[in-house]
Design a protein around this ligand. Structure first.
Ligand SMILES: [Cu+2]
Length: 387
């Protein structure tokens, strides 16, 4: 019985999700319940649940026809050809990021610090971004190389900086074995077409104009999103308001978690089971644990310091705090509105971004942390030096 139940629950990442929470009435739930019933597993309320599923209307033909969804057929490809919703609801068989290109040359890849300084906004009001999703080994510390899935070969991807109303022309190509996609949180656009998955050798283009200012996440939305963000496919797009904010020293901090399998051939793949359990090995600002302790951010006494903090997750928030300082201003939404003042700590949800300002009146060394210290201890700590 135990082995049968174990087999049932470990069939796929999707089944694992369904087993850990009350499964919803999608086709696979009915399959789950039917198979559980055939196996003689006495699950409470199985009969009632089956009855409830039976009374529901049939799912759309497109869902029924999806490979592996209701037939139990092993999946051989991702199921997100054209829909962000599909990317969330359909989970194919994938449990490791260790593709050939994500591991090749891992032993020789060099470490580099991710530059946190906000790059200047483009002079042109039209940004043309031709990016490639690449699977590549990334050294995130002297001792750790991850089998990364990336935008433009780094974790995080490049920082995009534009203004409200700018035109962003974006094209994604794929150089790797997996399909990938792009979801800009700064865009208001039909995700089914714009954010569709792209296979190797194909491209996908779309255009948007940011409507609101702020610090926004971008990420791959291909199924399972958890795996693609968790393997490194995220970054920040910073959108300035029409009237510029006060001059400041500006930094971008993107928090993410890494969930890692044991070292194999000098590289650590993502561990999907750890992702589902939300038990990260490392929590980082800009993709490397503790990198700004070793090479701090530096400002002058009297500077206004502005942090654009984005929480990429995939699952944990960033409880942002600067030890020994107080935030003069935190923008809850689009600046300059929605400002609150005199703030010690504020939590940024996964998939969110906020802007924090302090006035560096006091010289010294000020750690900036995720004040959820289980995360800080895993690497989400850096140092701001006021000289
Ligand atoms: Cu991806």
């Amino acid at each position: 019985m135990a082995s049968l139940l174990s087999d049932l629950l470990s069939e796929s990442p999707r089944a694992a999700i369904g087993s850990s929470v009350q499964p919803s009435c999608v086709p696979n739930r009915r399959d789950f319940l039917i198979r559980a019933s055939r196996l003689g597993i006495m699950l409470p309320a199985v009969g009632a649940a089956l009855d409830a599923c039976s009374k529901e209307s049939s799912p759309p033909a497109s869902k029924v026809a999806t490979a592996g969804e209701s037939t139990g057929t092993p999946l051989v490809s991702h199921q997100n050809p054209d829909s962000r919703a599909d990317s969330i609801l359909h989970t194919p068989h994938i449990a490791s990021s260790a593709t050939a290109s994500a591991t090749a040359g891992a032993a020789t890849v060099a470490f580099h610090r991710y530059d946190p300084i906000l790059p200047p906004a483009s002079v042109s009001r039209v940004l043309t971004l031709n990016w490639t999703a690449k699977e590549a080994p990334i050294r995130i510390s002297t001792s750790t190389v991850v089998a990364g899935w990336t935008f433009e070969g780094d974790i995080p991807g490049p920082i995009v900086h534009c203004r409200v109303g700018d035109t962003v022309n974006f094209t994604l190509g794929v150089d790797g074995q997996m399909p990938h996609s792009m979801d800009f949180h700064a865009a208001q656009i039909d995700p089914k077409t714009a954010f569709r998955s792209v296979a190797a050798g194909q491209t996908q283009s779309f255009t948007f104009k940011p409507k609101y200012a702020g610090a926004f996440l971008y990420h791959c939305g291909t199924a399972p999103v958890l795996m693609h963000i968790g393997s490194g496919m995220f970054g920040a797009i910073i959108v300035d308001p029409p009237t510029p904010l006060a001059p400041a020293k500006e930094f971008v901090l993107i928090q993410n978690e890494f969930y890692l399998a044991p070292v194999a051939n000098g590289v650590q793949a993502s561990d999907y089971t750890k992702m589902l359990a939300m038990t990260p090995d490392l929590v980082c600002f800009n993709g490397r644990p503790n990198q700004y302790q070793e090479a701090p951010l530096r400002v002058k006494r009297g500077d206004r310091v502005r942090f654009y903090v984005v929480s990429a997750g995939p699952s944990h928030p960033c409880n942002f705090h600067v030890v020994g300082e107080q935030f003069d201003t935190v923008y809850l939404g689009a600046p300059p509105g929605s400002a609150i003042h005199g703030v010690q700590t504020f939590s940024i949800s996964p998939g969110g971004g906020m802007i924090f300002e302090l006035i560096a009146d006091v010289a010294g060394e000020f750690p900036f942390v995720n004040h959820g210290f289980g995360h800080g201890q895993k690497g989400a700590i850096g140092m701001l030096v006021v000289e």
